[in-house]
Design a protein around this ligand. Structure first.
Ligand SMILES: Nc1ncnc2c1ncn2[C@@H]1O[C@H](COP(=O)(O)OP(=O)(O)OP(=O)(O)O)[C@@H](O)[C@H]1O
Length: 242
């Protein structure tokens, strides 16, 4: 369970997140949508420990991890799939997997499941076929799978996915959402940042519309799927033609 309370963050004295409350129970997907500049990446970076919050708390299964640096939050069980994937150009898929593998400490029973490179390749067989290819030789979809694989190899309790479907073809977008659902079914708490409310609603249990760093709207995923009117209104989108 990821719990954010009163989270405030920003840059150079300016505030981007204004006292955000948000929770992601284990085994669920909480999607955060919002326009460019709403603060979605700032939120992810603050939770992952890449930025320090001005105030508020970040709790992982009840443990306070607020303001801890990224290597500590990763060790505590927060996995990050960053926007833009950030795979290493000159490392092969196999090298990425080997270097990213961080089994939980002995006796740590908090993780929903333990991910080894072999298990990750069962979930993402395409990476096995490309195991000797370098980062730059991979397609966008393959790079996205590799970024996800790297995060899974820390056996996370929480996964932060920052626009994982950016630039992917519709069939791959569906595949990413199916993977997200599979991972939540495993017991992982997934925070999914998406620029597309329709895509996010496909797999989210809960949706938050972030509006200038505040909760503009929060609604149930099933509600958003059956009647997206409120979601569209919060994002000031034109209704989709019937
Ligand atoms: N490194 C930075 N230094 C200063 N301001 C920043 C920095 N990164 C982001 N900002 C500003 O913070 C605000 C929120 O940006 P953020 O990247 O969190 O938004 P976002 O919702 O993720 O948008 P996008 O969909 O474009 O990625 C924007 O006004 C942005 O210009």
């Amino acid at each position: 369970m990821l719990e954010l309370t009163g989270l405030t963050a920003g840059y150079h004295g300016g505030t981007v997140l204004h006292g955000l409350d948000l929770s992601v129970p284990a085994g669920t997907v909480h999607a955060v949508v919002g326009h460019n500049g709403a603060g979605k990446t700032t939120l992810v970076h603050t939770v992952a420990g890449l930025m320090r919050p001005g105030s508020g708390t970040v709790r992982l299964d009840g443990r306070d991890v607020t303001g801890q640096p990224a290597h500590r939050t990763a060790r505590a069980g927060i996995g990050l799939v960053p926007q833009g994937r950030r795979v290493f150009a000159n490392l092969s898929v196999a090298e990425h997997l080997r270097l990213s593998y961080r089994p939980p400490r002995r006796g740590d029973t908090t993780r929903p499941s333990v991910w080894t490179p072999a298990r990750v390749l069962e979930l993402l067989p395409r990476l096995g076929e490309r195991r000797n290819n370098r980062g730059t030789d991979l397609s966008g979809g393959e790079q996205q799978m590799l970024a996800l694989a790297r995060a899974l190899l820390g056996s996370p309790s929480v996964l932060l996915l920052d626009e994982p479907t950016e630039g992917l073809a519709p069939a791959l977008v569906r595949q990413v959402h199916e993977l997200v659902t599979t991972l939540a079914d495993e017991g992982i708490a997934v925070l999914l940042v998406s620029p597309s409310p329709a895509q996010a609603a496909e797999c989210a249990h809960t949706l938050t519309v972030l509006t200038s760093g505040r909760v503009g709207l929060r609604l149930d995923g099933a509600e958003a799927r059956t009647d997206p009117t409120a979601l569209h209104a919060a994002l000031e989108l034109a209704p989709t033609p019937a």
